[in-house]
Design a protein around this ligand. Structure first.
Ligand code: ADP
Ligand code: MG
Length: 398
C-alpha cells in the first residue's frame, strides 16, 4: 500500500526526521490559507499523487512548455495561481503512464535553499534477508537512469537484523555520500531514525529523493515515498487510515474485498486462473501467441462460488477486455465450483466477449457438463496450449 508524500513526511517527523514545515490543501482557498499561515518567503506547491517524477511531469490541460507538478512560489499570489493550475488537472509523469493521474490534493511546503541533492532509499533485500540502504550522490533525478548510465555511483549498505542498526552503517553511508563535519553525525541519526520507522511500520520500500544538504549545511528530507507491506497492514490501523482509494485501481479494490489476488495489466485478454504459478504460465503463453493479458488473477485454492462470481464480474467490467480465458487445474479447487461461479456471473452481468474455458482435474466432468448444459457460448479447450491459441484467435476475430 502506498501513501502520499505529505502523509509520509508526517510519519517521518514523528520519528525525529528533519522534514520541512508544510500543510496539505484540498482546495485553492486552503492552499492560500496555508501559504498565509506559513508566512514564506518561499513556498513549494507540490501535487500529491501516488507517483514520482512530478517535478518533471506535465499537465495534460496546460501548454507543453508549462511547468510541472512541483513549483517554487515567491508570493501568496503565485501559490494561488499554481494551486489553480494543479488541482483537478491531470499530471503525466514517467511513473503514471500516458493516462496520468488527477491531482486532488496539494502540499504547501517551506522552500529550501539547496546546496546538494542526494539519493537514499531503504528496502527489504531478499538476497541478504535484511534491510538494505541504497544511496547515491546523484539525487533529484531518476534513479533508474543513474543505475543504467553510472552504476558505480550507487552504493548499498545492509543492517544486520540480529545486531540492529549500528552507527557505523550511518557513517559508511555518510562517507559514500561525501558528507562532512556535522553532516556525518546528522546522517548517523537520520539513517537510524529511518531504520526504526521502516521496521516498526513494516515498510517494504522507503525512498528519499532528494535528501538534501541545505545552504546552511544541514541534511533535510525533501521528498518521501513509502510503500507498506500489505501482509502486515492488519497490525497498523493507523496506516490503513491513510489509504487513498482514489489513487488505486477500482478493480483491484473490489478484488481485495473478496481476498482475490488480482493485478490489473494493460492487455486485452482477461484471465481467471487458480494458483499463482499457473497464472504466470497463462500470462506467458498468451504473450507467446502474440496477445497481452488484461490482468493477473489467482482465485486461490478453496474459493467459493461467490468468490469466483466476483472474480468473473471484475474481469468483465474491464472495457479493455476483448476476450476471457478461464484456466483451471482442479485440485483443492473444484471445477464445478468454477463453472457455477462463471455461470452465476454471466447470468447477472451478461457476456459480450468470447470465452474460452479449460477445466481439468477434480470434478472436471461435472464442471464441463454444467457449462455445456448452460447453453453459454463457450469455446472449450483441452489443454493450456490449445486454450491460449483459441482465445488469441477469438480476440483477433478470426
Ligand atoms: P518528484 O520526485 O515527484 O519530482 P520532489 O519532491 O522530489 O518530487 O520534487 C522535485 C524537485 O523539486 C526536487 O528534486 C527539488 O529540487 C525540488 N523541491 C522539492 N521540494 C522542495 C522544497 N521544499 N524546497 C525547494 N525545492 C524543492
Ligand atoms: Mg522526488
Amino acid at each position: 500500500m502506498n501513501i502520499h508524500e505529505y502523509q509520509a513526511k508526517a510519519l517521518l517527523r514523528d520519528y525525529g526526521l528533519p522534514v520541512s514545515r508544510g500543510i496539505p490543501a484540498f482546495t485553492v482557498d486552503e492552499a492560500v490559507k496555508a501559504a498565509k499561515d506559513m508566512g514564506g518567503p518561499l513556498w513549494v506547491v507540490k501535487s500529491q499523487i501516488h507517483a514520482g517524477g512530478r517535478g518533471k511531469g506535465k499537465f495534460k490541460e496546460l501548454p507543453a512548455d508549462a511547468k510541472g507538478g512541483v513549483r517554487l512560489a515567491k508570493s501568496v499570489d503565485e501559490v494561488k495561481a499554481f494551486a489553480k493550475e494543479m488541482l483537478g488537472h491531470t499530471l503525466v509523469t514517467v511513473q503514471t503512464g500516458p493516462a496520468g493521474k488527477q491531482v486532488n490534493r496539494l502540499y504547501i511546503e517551506d522552500g529550501s535553499d539547496i546546496a546538494r541533492e542526494l539519493y537514499l532509499s531503504a528496502l527489504v533485500d531478499r538476497a541478504t534477508g535484511s534491510v538494505g540502504f541504497v544511496v547515491s550522490t546523484e539525487g533529484g533525478m531518476d534513479i533508474e537512469t543513474v543505475a543504467h548510465d553510472t552504476p558505480e555511483k550507487i552504493h548499498t549498505f545492509h543492517v544486520d537484523p540480529a545486531a540492529g542498526y549500528q552507527p557505523y552503517v550511518g557513517r559508511n553511508i555518510a562517507y559514500a555520500l561525501g558528507l562532512e563535519g556535522k553532516q556525518i553525525k546528522q546522517a548517523v541519526k537520520l539513517v537510524g531514525d529511518l531504520y526504526r520507522a521502516f521496521v516498526e511500520k513494516d515498510m517494504a520500500m522507503l525512498e528519499i529523493n532528494p535528501l538534501i544538504v541545505s545552504k546552511e549545511g544541514d541534511l533535510r528530507v525533501l521528498d518521501a515515498k513509502v510503500n507498506f507491506d500489505s501482509n502486515a497492514l492488519f497490525r497498523h490501523p493507523e496506516i490503513v487510515a491513510l489509504r487513498d482509494e482514489t489513487e488505486e485501481d477500482a478493480k483491484e479494490i473490489e478484488a481485495s474485498k473478496y481476498d482475490l489476488a488480482y493485478i490489473a495489466l494493460d492487455g486485452t485478454i482477461g484471465c481467471m486462473v487458480n494458483g499463482a504459478g499457473l497464472a504466470m504460465a497463462t500470462l506467458d503463453i498468451i504473450q507467446l501467441y502474440g496477445e497481452s493479458p488484461a490482468n493477473f488473477l489467482d482465485v486461490g485454492g478453496g474459493a467459493s462460488e461467490e468468490k469466483v462470481t466476483a472474480a468473473f464480474k471484475i474481469i468483465t467490467s474491464d472495457p479493455q477486455v476483448k476476450g476471457i480465458l478461464v484456466n483451471i487445474f482442479g485440485g483443492i479447487m473444484k471445477c464445478d465450483i468454477i463453472a457455477r461461479g462463471v455461470l452465476a456471473a454471466v447470468t447477472a452481468v451478461g457476456l459480450k466477449v468470447p470465452l474460452v474455458v479449460r477445466l481439468t482435474g477434480t470434478n472436471e466432468e461435472l464442471g464441463k457438463q454444467i457449462i455445456r448444459e448452460s447453453g453459454l457460448n463457450v469455446i472449450p479447450a483441452d489443454n493450456l496450449d490449445d486454450a491460449a491459441q483459441k482465445i488469441v484467435k477469438a480476440v483477433r476475430g478470426a
